[in-house]
Design a protein around this ligand. Structure first.
Ligand code: ATP
Length: 339
């Protein structure tokens, strides 16, 4: 549905996108995730038509749109600050795109009503943006994009203006709406929880490159690089030598593997000696809610993080001697690169 092929974008000497390629299926929700400045907004703007790459191609539904302006692409856009017109009512804001297209009054009224219904804002037609909550304003912005029935919805940090609790609720709601309508959506965020909540697939970006493009589960369970492992969820990224202490028979890891990733929940802690376990000392203990999070300084280094279910009833305090082993050797994942 959306195909981005070997995109390169420079701003002067700044090489912002480096050979970015993505094939996004119809009906998929994809997130571009990465730290500030990694190029995710620029990639979204190339898909929208606000930027033109120096090299590479963007196709939408099979049509090469690389050099077409935004209004000639069938895309809807939700901006970070919603960009609602303050002097227009909710209905006028939502209907704006239709009035530009000179839709007749009847079509306009029924389309606006339909779009407001999709975002659960029926009855808000005559209100002005400033009288709405942040979440309601975001829904108006979404309705304004949906009213034109675009093939593709693009969203740039669309949840930033909301407080943490509302943000979580709106992420779930957005995903439900997009799935119900059957849209293809591409969203930019720097927030890993948001990416995990709304996405079918996540493109993790670093320094203008797409490091990995896969489902949330694959990204979490099988990251391909040390960067991705560290960016999504908590991870122990261990030098290969250190990991060999836990996984003696080295699992046939390839030669170019530099690091091994062990998620904190894959470590087991025991106060008594266990065959194959590595001795260490508890450095820090923290309650996370359902789990206890431990930092353990292994004898001879390095430090590792372990997450233990409180139902396991392991009582360990700072300074205690402890033995660290892995629960599942298959959960020790070889990755490229190091931290
Ligand atoms: N119009 C522009 N002119 C010059 N440089 C730009 C322009 N737009 C973006 N850049 C530069 O390109 C790089 C990537 O910016 P971009 O906004 O794509 O990153 P981002 O990952 O979305 O970051 P953020 O989360 O902070 O928005 C940055 O170094 C930025 O300064």
């Amino acid at each position: 549905m959306i195909e981005v092929s070997a995109l390169n974008k420079h701003f002067g000497a700044n090489h912002v996108l480096r050979d970015c390629s993505l094939a996004i299926d119809a009906g998929e929700v994809v997130t571009l995730l990465g730290a500030s400045g990694c190029g995710k907004t620029t990639l979204l703007r190339c898909i929208a038509g606000f930027e033109t790459p120096q090299q590479g191609r963007v196709t939408l539904a099979g049509e090469d749109v690389t050099t077409l302006p935004p209004n000639r692409r069938d895309v809807g856009f939700v901006f970070q600050n919603y960009a609602l017109f303050p002097h227009m009512t909710v209905a006028e804001n939502v209907g704006y795109g239709l009035s530009v297209r000179r839709a007749d009054r009847k079509t306009m009224e029924s389309s606006v009503a339909e779009a407001l219904d999709m975002v659960s804002l029926t009855g808000f037609e005559d209100r002005f943006p400033k009288s709405l909550s942040g979440g309601q304003q975001q829904r108006v912005a979404l309705a304004r994009a949906l009213v034109l029935h675009p093939k593709v919805l693009l969203m740039d940090e669309a949840f930033n203006a909301l407080d943490a609790k509302l943000r979580g609720a709106m992420q779930i709601e957005l995903r439900k709406i997009v799935k119900r309508v059957g849209l293809t959506a591409v969203c930019v965020t720097h927030d890993q929880d948001e990416a995990l909540t709304i996405s079918d697939r996540i493109a993790v970006m670093s320094e203008g490159r797409i490091e990995q493009f896969a489902s949330p589960q694959t990204i979490y369970d099988s990251p391909t690089t040390a960067f991705v492992a560290d960016f999504i969820g908590a991870a122990n990224v261990l030098p290969r030598k250190a990991a060999d202490r836990f996984v003696a028979d080295d699992q046939g890891w390839a030669n170019d593997v530099q690091s091994i990733v062990v998620r904190p929940e894959n470590f087991n802690l025991t106060p008594q000696v266990v065959p194959g376990a590595v001795p260490g000392r508890v450095d820090f203990v923290r309650l996370t809610g359902p789990d206890m999070a431990y930092e353990i300084a292994l004898d001879g280094g390095p430090s590792v993080r372990a997450l233990i279910d409180r139902h396991d009833h392991i009582q360990l305090d700072v300074g205690d001697q402890v033995y660290v082993s892995v629960r599942d050797k298959d959960g020790c994942k070889p990755v490229l690169g190091a931290l």
